[in-house]
Design a protein around this ligand. Structure first.
Ligand SMILES: Cc1ncc(COP(=O)(O)O)c(C=O)c1O
Length: 413
């Protein structure tokens, strides 16, 4: 008799997944299946960076690999929530970048394989059946499926876009947002800064209002800081230097800032109670994170802080993506003349299409060889919009106006 998979996963596999759709759209095999010449395709689908990792980080890996004893050590299991020296290095790194007064110690750091896994495990830790998680609309398309995998959790959404004027309206809606947290008694409110997909940076006033409301209802405000280093402003918002408290925690990743997308490492900054809970849960979900990446990162942070090279590297990197963002907005205004959001950081803009997002994406792809991501997976507010990522094109800026010109010519027809 053929055994069946769980009902839950069967249902999940059947449902349309925005993350799977984005990964497929970025796959050269998919271009060929769609009859496109991969050399002609210009893709804005990938939510990833393409700048070089710091040379000192590469060197740190090389030093470990060339030292037989250290290479041997990198083959050992580390503790479940990370090596003590790496947890300390990450706390020092955050203080080095965001201010020595940040209340953060190694006891507040839990290292995991990556922020996707940590977010998944955190939802398990923070949410019970019957609890509500509040997400802005739009929000990163992985959050709803991560939340839905927790039995009986309700997902509430709060629109932060003015879809008429195509503006990010979080600031003026901060009191309504706080009221929504109180009304829904949301156990978890999950924000992202800079945000995916809007590339806006929520203001400190907005985040403060959310935190006060979360405190009132005994909930958690969680910020996903996957793009923390990629902000244009020289002075980041004040909450970038908040340490964790009873009601506040944050999720971090090595994927974007040092182009560690494939060298997977993430961490959570949280009160000790949550760090201990992650230790319990990670023991059975991942056993422990990767040792080699922790060793190299620890060495890089020590050397980079001593030489004061980390901040300049991050500012230079942010400058690259700011230039790509400017090129993208200028090309949209010139060739598409469609409403879009001007990024304040991150890798994306969202463009209003006024037609259903999947149909628009398909038509554009088949007729122009340009790949954009349909907005539906990010929430109701992007049903008639698409997300464009300039991240992968950071070293090929000339392709941005080329793509927009192709799209503009097709859309005029
Ligand atoms: C908002 C956000 N969080 C997390 C991730 C994934 O991070 P990681 O590579 O650490 O799993 C992404 C990837 O695009 C993202 O956009």
């Amino acid at each position: 008799m053929k055994p069946s998979l769980s009902g839950k996963v069967t249902q999940f596999k059947k449902s349309k997944s925005p993350v799977r759709e984005i990964m497929d759209l970025a796959n050269p095999q998919f271009f060929r299946q769609a009859g496109l010449d991969p050399n002609e395709v210009i893709s804005f689908s990938g939510g990833w960076v393409n700048h070089e990792a710091p040379d000192e980080l590469r060197q740190a890996y090389a030093d470990i690999i060339h030292d037989p004893a250290r290479f041997h050590s990198s083959g050992a299991y580390p503790p479940t929530i990370g090596m003590p020296e790496c947890r300390r290095a990450l706390a020092d790194f955050e203080k080095h970048l965001y201010g020595p007064s940040m209340q953060l110690g190694p006891e507040n750091i839990a290292i995991g394989c990556n922020s996707t896994q940590l977010t998944f495990n955190l939802m398990h830790i923070l949410l019970d059946p019957g609890d509500t998680i509040l997400l802005p609309d739009p929000a990163y398309c992985n959050y709803p499926s991560q939340a839905a995998s927790q039995e009986g959790v309700k997902i509430a959404r709060f629109g932060v876009l003015d879809t008429e004027e195509w503006r990010y309206a979080a600031e003026e809606k901060k009191d309504q947002f706080a009221a929504c947290i109180r009304r829904e008694k949301s156990k978890v409110t999950l924000l992202c800064a800079p945000d995916n997909p809007t590339s806006q940076v929520p203001s400190t006033a907005f985040v403060t209002a959310a935190l006060e409301a979360a405190r009132d209802v005994g909930g958690f405000l969680v910020i996903d800081f996957a793009y923390k280093a990629l902000v244009w402003a020289d002075t980041p918002p004040e909450y970038f230097s908040w340490g964790p408290t009873e009601n506040f925690l944050s999720i971090h990743s090595n994927s974007k800032w040092c182009r560690g997308l494939g060298r997977r490492l993430g961490w959570v900054e949280a009160p000790v109670q949550i760090v201990e809970a992650l230790e319990a849960v990670q023991g059975s979900s991942i056993l422990c994170p990767d040792t080699l990446h922790q060793m190299a990162l620890t060495d890089y942070i020590a050397a980079g802080m001593a030489a004061d090279s980390i901040r300049p590297y991050m500012r230079q990197t942010a400058g690259l993506y700011k230039a790509a963002a400017e090129q993208t907005i200028e090309a949209i205004e010139t060739f598409l003349k469609m409403p879009c959001l001007v990024p304040q950081g991150g890798l994306y803009t969202v463009v209003r299409t006024d037609v259903e997002s999947s149909a628009f994406t398909r038509q554009i792809l088949e007729n122009t060889g340009v790949i954009v991501v349909p907005g539906w997976g990010f929430g109701e507010t992007l049903k008639h919009a698409v997300r464009l990522s300039y991240g992968p094109l950071v070293h090929n800026l000339e392709k941005i106006p080329q793509a927009m010109q192709r799209m503009g010519t097709f859309l005029k027809r």
